[in-house]
Design a protein around this ligand. Structure first.
Ligand SMILES: Nc1ncnc2c1ncn2[C@@H]1O[C@H](COP(=O)(O)OP(=O)(O)OP(=O)(O)O)[C@@H](O)[C@H]1O
Length: 352
């Protein structure tokens, strides 16, 4: 059955779900679009503040209806109350209450960036492999719902399996346990989830996966500072965030914004990695500081953040990553892996 046809059938079934105050869920203004992918069905119900409990049975009925029609697809129904006012965080404010750890995971290390395309995912994957090389049990969660690249970087194909109790069994790649929304989409399909659906999707990937006992879960965040970041940092104990930046001024300005948000939300900033720091010519081996040199190190000092290290711009990093064989997995003692491994050695003691 086509995805659009299934979405229409689910909508029709929601027409039989009663909501508080009379009427049915299908014609309720707070029902979002119904997103159907080959592996998942997701929709959100927005209710007025204080109406969450009253809408609980309708949400449950809606979930069951979607599950009945969706076959093996994972169903994600989020119920969100529009907030009376936006959450406010200010410098020095206390840690927001309600943060919880993730079962089976001892530490969470998130990798973020102010700007897209700076090599955040490449860094996250190679850092995860480098932490594994330090003897840690490591997993990766691709939280970049709008541009998931982890499956490609790790050469993962197919969907994760779902156990009878609805819990995901993660993929395994190069010894890492891996979950990504990307493996549930068909190639080229965009995730067009709105804020509440995206955050609900991430929550389920994070908490409804059998991580099986990890020392550290590396989360590849979306670039920038959006709904996903705020929801994750409000709900989950994150041990710290590594920010990736290229040396250009513009990327650094955005990295600074990301660090500012983390501090406002009382999330520890572990430091900044300078990616594409300098170029090594493959023919001569000469080094060129094409974006200037030392920019990130200086910016880190000015921001009061640690400078974790520099990763060169090397053609083979791009080629290996595009081929699903990250440098740290392919040649752990090679020159490309060295930069990532040096960074991992700085971070590992706090995560062991
Ligand atoms: N150090 C490097 N040397 C050479 N190429 C690199 C390096 N780091 C990343 N790349 C390449 O740059 C491109 C972007 O990298 P990546 O997908 O990791 O960035 P990103 O910041 O996660 O992007 P997005 O914002 O889309 O999530 C990829 O083709 C990747 O192979």
């Amino acid at each position: 059955m086509a995805d659009t046809e299934l979405a229409a059938r689910i909508k029709a079934a929601l027409g039989r779900v009663e909501i508080p105050g009379g009427g049915d869920l299908a014609s309720y203004a707070g029902l979002s679009d119904i997103i159907v992918t080959p592996g998942a069905i997701a929709f959100a119900i927005s209710v007025a503040p204080g109406m969450e409990t009253a809408f609980g049975p309708a949400r449950e009925e809606a979930r069951k209806a979607a599950e009945t029609l969706g076959g093996a697809r994972k169903v994600m129904v989020s119920l969100t109350a529009e907030k009376a006012k936006a959450p406010k965080f200010s410098h020095g404010s206390a840690t927001p209450p309600g943060k919880t750890a993730v079962s089976g995971v001892r530490h969470i290390l998130a990798v973020g960036s102010g700007k897209g395309g700076v090599g955040k995912s490449t860094t996250a994957i190679n850092l995860a492999l480098a932490l594994q090389a330090e003897g840690l049990r490591v997993g990766v969660l691709d939280a970049d719902l709008y541009g998931p690249s982890v499956p490609k970087l790790l050469g993962i194909e197919g969907k994760p399996t779902i156990r009878d109790d609805g819990i995901f069994t993660p993929h395994e790649a190069y010894g890492l346990k891996v979950m990504s929304i990307g493996s549930m989409l068909v190639p080229g399909q965009a995730v067009v989830w709105r804020g509440p659906m995206a955050t609900s999707g991430l929550r389920q990937l994070l908490r409804e996966t059998d991580w099986g006992g990890l020392d550290v879960l590396v989360i590849d965040l979306p670039p920038g500072t959006g709904d996903i970041h705020i929801a994750l940092f409000q709900q989950t104990v994150v041990d710290g965030v590594v920010i990736v930046s290229t040396p250009q001024d513009l990327a650094l300005v955005d990295a600074q914004k990301a660090i500012d948000m983390l501090r406002r939300m009382s999330v520890p900033v572990l430091g900044i990695v300078e990616n594409m720091s300098y170029f090594i010519a493959p023919d001569t081996g000469n080094r060129y500081d094409i974006f200037g040199s030392g920019g990130v190190e200086k910016a880190a000092a000015a921001l009061g953040a640690d400078f974790l290290g520099a990763v060169p711009l090397v053609m083979s990093i791009r080629e290996a990553s595009d081929a699903g064989a990250p440098p740290v997995a392919r040649e752990p003692d090679g020159p490309e892996a060295a930069a990532y491994r040096a960074i991992a050695r700085r971070l590992a003691p706090a995560l062991a």
